[in-house]
Design a protein around this ligand. Sequence first.
Ligand code: AMP
Ligand code: TRP
Length: 357
Amino acid sequence: MPSPSRVYSGIQPTAVMTIGNYFGAVRNWVQLQDERECVYCVVDLHAMTAPYEATELRQAAREMFVSLLAAGIDPDRTTVYIQSTVPEQTELCWMLATLTSLGDLSRMTQFKEKSGLLKGGLGEDDGTFISAGLLFYPVLQAADILAYRAGCVPVGQDQSQHLELSRGIARRFNSRFGYLFPEPETLFTHVPKVMSTADPTRKMSKSLGPRHYIGLFEEEDSIRRKIRSAVTDSGDTPPGEVSPGIENLLTLLAACGHDDDAAQMREDYFAGTLRYVDLKGRTADALVALTGEMRDRRAEILRRETDLDGRIMAMGERARTIAGETLGRAREMVGLFPPAPASQAARHAAPRTSFSV
Ligand code: AMP
Ligand code: TRP
């Protein structure tokens, strides 16, 4: 049996990894590798629940895979893979769906938000297409985690409802069919929330547009430009508080490892002696140093990995070995046949038909 403390987490393939993703999640994943066995997944199947281009999805997943390696995920110690290379998870998703209540799924905040139900829309009644995939999103997430019998899932607060659902599904499976799945615990570590430098009241996100985010591999000039034009005072900050823009720059400076500088500058702010140009200069320098290092590592990986897709397949194979073992047991426990070997299936195939596209 694997240790119940195996760590598992997933990230959507968005092609660009922002410093928000890095400081808020991935850096923590990198550190966890020193303590536990870790499995990390680029969730391209989940990405299909939002509008996307089929011709771009693979490349986005590849980019995220390389970004994870460049950010410090070590493929020698950690299983890092792309979700669609492991069909066992999708299969487990089906089994788990039969143990999930429709009521629970339709009450998920993320589903309500993404389907527009919270905005007072009536969903499909007003002509909007709401895919069942969006509703199933958390079942697939539970399948991701449970296929690896992970005990520990580092995610942001926004995922706590999905994790609670995963625990409920594991519990239901175990009590109905016998013990197979540890109930995955959520690992909330303190991670900074990085805001947009152009609008520090909103979370830094790629979806807000290029002005609003800084990429982990971004070039120096453009980082300096974004920090130089970062919003500082909004004018309505109550006395005794730091304005959101300054707070965000201090957060970034501290996240880059310059905690002492950030603490000093916070004091200067309250003393009325902080020169914003100094804070911006320091923050830009720190980010440029970080992204420079990341760009070098990324270039080195791309130089070394002459067969990137081969590497992706090899990682998928490693993941399938773990997920396949879980699936084999789950199939048996729920009363299904094992999958027929493909060659045997061909031997028994009724009239041969040709398949062409
Ligand atoms: P997303 O790309 O939004 O799916 O986020 C992937 C991971 O990065 C999640 O664990 C988020 O919590 C984290 N993350 C994304 N944006 C930020 C941000 N601006 N600040 C902190 N964490 C973030
Ligand atoms: N839903 C997660 C997010 O949006 C991504 C994800 C998919 C995930 N499968 C997972 C996270 C399994 C943890 C474990 O961030």
